[in-house]
Design a protein around this ligand. Sequence first.
Ligand code: PEP
Length: 274
Amino acid sequence: MTIISAKKEGGYMPKTLTVANWKMNGNRKLWKELAREVTAGMSEINTKVVLATPAAAFADVSSFLSEHSKVSLGAQDIHQQSSGAHTGDISAEMVKDFGGKYTLVGHSERRLEHHEKGFLLNDKVKQAIKEGLVPIFCFGESLGQKENGRTLSVLEEQVNEALEGVVLKTGEELVLAYEPVWAISSSAGSLGREPSEGELSEVFEFIYKLLLERFGESVASNVKLLYGGSVKADNVAKIISNRYIAGVLVGGASLKADSFLAIARGVASKPNEV
Ligand code: PEP
Protein backbone atom coordinates (compact mmCIF):
# COMPACT_ATOMS: atom_id res chain seq x y z
CA MET A 1 0.00 0.00 0.00
CA THR A 2 1.40 3.41 -0.90
CA ILE A 3 1.01 6.86 0.56
CA ILE A 4 -0.32 8.11 -2.77
CA SER A 5 -3.29 5.74 -2.65
CA ALA A 6 -4.11 6.86 0.90
CA LYS A 7 -4.13 10.47 -0.29
CA LYS A 8 -6.38 9.65 -3.21
CA GLU A 9 -8.85 7.92 -0.89
CA GLY A 10 -9.09 10.99 1.33
CA GLY A 11 -6.11 10.09 3.47
CA TYR A 12 -4.83 11.43 6.70
CA MET A 13 -6.77 14.28 8.30
CA PRO A 14 -7.25 13.87 12.06
CA LYS A 15 -8.16 16.71 14.39
CA THR A 16 -5.30 18.83 15.72
CA LEU A 17 -3.75 18.51 19.20
CA THR A 18 -1.06 20.33 21.19
CA VAL A 19 0.48 18.61 24.21
CA ALA A 20 2.40 20.31 27.02
CA ASN A 21 4.94 18.16 28.85
CA TRP A 22 5.76 19.99 32.07
CA LYS A 23 8.18 17.23 33.10
CA MET A 24 9.40 17.51 36.73
CA ASN A 25 9.11 21.28 36.85
CA GLY A 26 7.31 23.87 38.90
CA ASN A 27 5.41 24.00 42.15
CA ARG A 28 1.77 24.52 43.10
CA LYS A 29 1.97 28.25 42.42
CA LEU A 30 3.30 27.79 38.88
CA TRP A 31 0.97 24.87 38.08
CA LYS A 32 -2.11 26.87 39.07
CA GLU A 33 -0.96 29.95 37.16
CA LEU A 34 -0.27 27.92 34.04
CA ALA A 35 -3.58 26.05 34.25
CA ARG A 36 -5.50 29.30 34.78
CA GLU A 37 -3.77 31.17 31.95
CA VAL A 38 -3.89 28.30 29.47
CA THR A 39 -7.59 27.62 30.05
CA ALA A 40 -8.40 31.33 29.73
CA GLY A 41 -6.30 31.72 26.57
CA MET A 42 -7.76 28.61 24.94
CA SER A 43 -11.22 30.18 24.77
CA GLU A 44 -9.98 32.02 21.66
CA ILE A 45 -8.07 29.14 20.05
CA ASN A 46 -9.64 26.50 17.87
CA THR A 47 -7.76 23.35 18.82
CA LYS A 48 -7.42 20.98 21.78
CA VAL A 49 -4.56 20.88 24.23
CA VAL A 50 -3.36 18.39 26.84
CA LEU A 51 -1.42 19.37 29.95
CA ALA A 52 0.80 16.40 30.86
CA THR A 53 1.66 17.45 34.38
CA PRO A 54 3.54 15.91 37.30
CA ALA A 55 1.15 13.62 39.24
CA ALA A 56 1.53 15.96 42.23
CA ALA A 57 -0.19 18.67 40.14
CA PHE A 58 -3.27 16.65 39.17
CA ALA A 59 -5.55 18.02 41.87
CA ASP A 60 -4.65 21.67 41.33
CA VAL A 61 -4.71 21.50 37.55
CA SER A 62 -7.88 19.44 37.29
CA SER A 63 -9.77 22.02 39.33
CA PHE A 64 -9.37 24.42 36.38
CA LEU A 65 -10.33 21.91 33.71
CA SER A 66 -13.52 20.22 34.87
CA GLU A 67 -15.85 21.94 32.42
CA HIS A 68 -13.23 22.77 29.80
CA SER A 69 -13.69 20.85 26.58
CA LYS A 70 -10.53 22.09 24.88
CA VAL A 71 -8.01 21.52 27.70
CA SER A 72 -7.43 18.02 29.10
CA LEU A 73 -5.28 16.64 31.86
CA GLY A 74 -2.64 14.04 31.04
CA ALA A 75 -0.08 12.00 32.94
CA GLN A 76 3.58 11.66 31.99
CA ASP A 77 3.60 7.92 32.62
CA ILE A 78 1.41 5.13 34.03
CA HIS A 79 2.17 1.68 35.38
CA GLN A 80 1.32 -1.24 33.08
CA GLN A 81 -0.77 -2.90 35.79
CA SER A 82 -4.00 -1.71 37.37
CA SER A 83 -2.90 -1.59 41.03
CA GLY A 84 -0.68 -3.30 43.57
CA ALA A 85 2.78 -3.24 45.08
CA HIS A 86 4.51 -0.82 42.70
CA THR A 87 6.12 1.80 44.91
CA GLY A 88 6.34 5.22 43.34
CA ASP A 89 4.12 4.46 40.34
CA ILE A 90 0.67 5.70 39.38
CA SER A 91 -2.11 3.78 37.68
CA ALA A 92 -4.37 4.68 34.79
CA GLU A 93 -7.27 4.55 37.23
CA MET A 94 -5.67 7.24 39.41
CA VAL A 95 -5.17 9.50 36.38
CA LYS A 96 -8.82 9.03 35.40
CA ASP A 97 -9.94 9.73 38.95
CA PHE A 98 -8.58 13.28 38.54
CA GLY A 99 -10.32 13.61 35.17
CA GLY A 100 -7.21 12.76 33.16
CA LYS A 101 -7.78 11.58 29.60
CA TYR A 102 -4.26 11.02 28.24
CA THR A 103 -0.90 9.66 29.28
CA LEU A 104 2.53 9.91 27.73
CA VAL A 105 4.16 6.51 27.24
CA GLY A 106 7.82 5.91 26.41
CA HIS A 107 9.14 9.45 26.57
CA SER A 108 12.88 9.40 25.80
CA GLU A 109 13.62 10.49 29.37
CA ARG A 110 11.73 7.44 30.70
CA ARG A 111 13.64 5.26 28.24
CA LEU A 112 16.96 6.73 29.31
CA GLU A 113 16.50 7.19 33.06
CA HIS A 114 14.17 4.25 33.77
CA HIS A 115 15.33 1.86 31.03
CA GLU A 116 11.82 1.56 29.58
CA LYS A 117 11.50 -0.09 26.18
CA GLY A 118 9.94 -2.83 24.09
CA PHE A 119 7.47 -5.15 25.81
CA LEU A 120 7.05 -2.87 28.81
CA LEU A 121 5.97 0.06 26.63
CA ASN A 122 3.68 -2.24 24.66
CA ASP A 123 2.04 -3.24 27.96
CA LYS A 124 1.67 0.42 28.97
CA VAL A 125 0.04 1.33 25.65
CA LYS A 126 -2.39 -1.58 26.04
CA GLN A 127 -3.11 -0.74 29.67
CA ALA A 128 -3.90 2.88 28.82
CA ILE A 129 -6.28 1.88 26.04
CA LYS A 130 -7.92 -0.81 28.17
CA GLU A 131 -8.55 1.76 30.93
CA GLY A 132 -9.85 4.39 28.50
CA LEU A 133 -6.85 6.73 28.55
CA VAL A 134 -5.36 7.81 25.23
CA PRO A 135 -1.67 6.86 25.18
CA ILE A 136 0.63 9.39 23.56
CA PHE A 137 3.36 7.00 22.57
CA CYS A 138 6.71 8.79 22.18
CA PHE A 139 9.45 7.41 19.99
CA GLY A 140 12.54 8.76 18.27
CA GLU A 141 16.12 8.05 17.37
CA SER A 142 19.23 9.25 19.19
CA LEU A 143 21.87 11.41 17.55
CA GLY A 144 24.19 8.41 17.19
CA GLN A 145 21.47 6.35 15.49
CA LYS A 146 20.70 9.24 13.14
CA GLU A 147 24.38 9.70 12.27
CA ASN A 148 24.65 5.99 11.50
CA GLY A 149 21.76 6.23 9.03
CA ARG A 150 19.51 4.08 11.25
CA THR A 151 16.64 6.54 11.78
CA LEU A 152 13.90 4.65 9.95
CA SER A 153 14.88 1.19 11.17
CA VAL A 154 14.99 2.39 14.79
CA LEU A 155 11.58 4.07 14.47
CA GLU A 156 10.09 1.02 12.81
CA GLU A 157 11.28 -1.18 15.65
CA GLN A 158 10.05 1.18 18.37
CA VAL A 159 6.62 1.65 16.81
CA ASN A 160 6.11 -2.00 15.91
CA GLU A 161 7.10 -3.15 19.40
CA ALA A 162 4.74 -0.66 21.04
CA LEU A 163 1.78 -1.55 18.81
CA GLU A 164 2.15 -5.34 18.83
CA GLY A 165 -1.29 -6.80 19.53
CA VAL A 166 -2.90 -3.37 19.97
CA VAL A 167 -6.49 -3.35 18.76
CA LEU A 168 -8.08 -0.03 17.86
CA LYS A 169 -11.75 0.63 17.18
CA THR A 170 -11.53 4.00 15.46
CA GLY A 171 -7.88 5.12 15.72
CA GLU A 172 -8.81 8.01 18.00
CA GLU A 173 -7.70 5.92 21.00
CA LEU A 174 -4.02 6.39 20.04
CA VAL A 175 -1.60 9.27 19.53
CA LEU A 176 1.98 8.81 18.29
CA ALA A 177 4.60 11.48 18.96
CA TYR A 178 7.83 11.45 16.98
CA GLU A 179 10.48 13.03 19.20
CA PRO A 180 14.00 12.70 17.85
CA VAL A 181 16.19 12.71 20.97
CA TRP A 182 18.69 15.02 19.22
CA ALA A 183 15.98 17.68 18.81
CA ILE A 184 14.68 17.76 22.40
CA SER A 185 15.98 21.00 23.83
CA SER A 186 17.01 19.60 27.21
CA SER A 187 18.63 16.34 25.96
CA ALA A 188 22.32 15.85 26.43
CA GLY A 189 23.86 16.33 22.99
CA SER A 190 20.77 18.06 21.60
CA LEU A 191 21.31 19.84 18.31
CA GLY A 192 18.73 22.33 19.59
CA ARG A 193 16.87 22.43 16.31
CA GLU A 194 13.82 20.83 14.81
CA PRO A 195 14.27 18.50 11.81
CA SER A 196 14.26 20.01 8.32
CA GLU A 197 11.09 19.79 6.24
CA GLY A 198 12.70 16.97 4.26
CA GLU A 199 13.58 15.02 7.41
CA LEU A 200 10.03 15.43 8.73
CA SER A 201 8.48 14.31 5.45
CA GLU A 202 10.62 11.20 5.27
CA VAL A 203 9.80 10.14 8.83
CA PHE A 204 6.09 10.99 8.90
CA GLU A 205 5.32 9.36 5.54
CA PHE A 206 7.13 6.29 6.81
CA ILE A 207 5.21 6.19 10.10
CA TYR A 208 1.88 6.72 8.40
CA LYS A 209 2.70 3.87 6.05
CA LEU A 210 3.42 1.60 9.05
CA LEU A 211 0.02 2.53 10.48
CA LEU A 212 -1.71 1.90 7.17
CA GLU A 213 -0.18 -1.54 6.93
CA ARG A 214 -1.07 -2.40 10.52
CA PHE A 215 -4.54 -0.92 10.91
CA GLY A 216 -5.88 -0.09 7.42
CA GLU A 217 -6.84 3.34 6.19
CA SER A 218 -10.06 3.98 8.10
CA VAL A 219 -8.30 3.51 11.48
CA ALA A 220 -4.81 4.81 10.53
CA SER A 221 -6.27 8.07 9.30
CA ASN A 222 -7.67 8.80 12.80
CA VAL A 223 -4.43 8.19 14.71
CA LYS A 224 -2.95 11.57 15.53
CA LEU A 225 0.72 11.95 14.63
CA LEU A 226 2.55 14.63 16.59
CA TYR A 227 6.03 16.07 16.33
CA GLY A 228 8.04 17.03 19.45
CA GLY A 229 11.47 18.58 19.92
CA SER A 230 12.41 22.29 20.12
CA VAL A 231 8.95 23.44 19.01
CA LYS A 232 8.48 27.17 19.42
CA ALA A 233 6.05 29.81 18.26
CA ASP A 234 8.34 30.71 15.36
CA ASN A 235 8.79 27.22 13.91
CA VAL A 236 5.38 25.66 14.55
CA ALA A 237 3.87 26.87 11.25
CA LYS A 238 6.58 25.11 9.25
CA ILE A 239 6.19 21.90 11.28
CA ILE A 240 2.41 21.79 11.12
CA SER A 241 2.43 22.35 7.36
CA ASN A 242 3.49 18.70 6.94
CA ARG A 243 0.32 16.90 5.90
CA TYR A 244 0.91 14.01 8.31
CA ILE A 245 1.53 16.14 11.40
CA ALA A 246 -1.65 16.76 13.41
CA GLY A 247 0.00 18.65 16.24
CA VAL A 248 3.00 19.04 18.49
CA LEU A 249 4.37 17.95 21.86
CA VAL A 250 6.06 20.81 23.69
CA GLY A 251 8.54 20.63 26.56
CA GLY A 252 10.43 23.79 27.52
CA ALA A 253 8.08 26.24 25.79
CA SER A 254 5.07 24.79 27.63
CA LEU A 255 6.25 26.24 30.95
CA LYS A 256 5.18 29.74 29.95
CA ALA A 257 1.51 30.19 29.14
CA ASP A 258 2.09 32.81 26.44
CA SER A 259 4.62 30.73 24.49
CA PHE A 260 2.48 27.58 24.82
CA LEU A 261 -0.65 29.43 23.68
CA ALA A 262 1.25 30.93 20.73
CA ILE A 263 2.21 27.39 19.68
CA ALA A 264 -1.38 26.15 20.09
CA ARG A 265 -2.51 29.09 17.94
CA GLY A 266 -0.04 28.02 15.27
CA VAL A 267 -1.37 24.45 15.38
CA ALA A 268 -4.93 25.75 15.16
CA SER A 269 -4.06 27.49 11.91
CA LYS A 270 -3.91 24.08 10.22
CA PRO A 271 -7.11 23.76 8.24
CA ASN A 272 -8.97 21.24 10.37
CA GLU A 273 -11.76 20.83 12.87
CA VAL A 274 -11.36 20.76 16.64
C1 PEP B 1 10.06 16.86 25.14
O1 PEP B 1 10.97 16.57 25.90
O2 PEP B 1 9.04 16.14 25.07
C2 PEP B 1 10.16 18.07 24.33
C3 PEP B 1 9.42 18.16 23.25
O3 PEP B 1 11.03 19.03 24.78
P1 PEP B 1 11.39 20.45 24.11
O4 PEP B 1 10.13 21.03 23.52
O5 PEP B 1 11.91 21.27 25.26
O6 PEP B 1 12.43 20.18 23.07
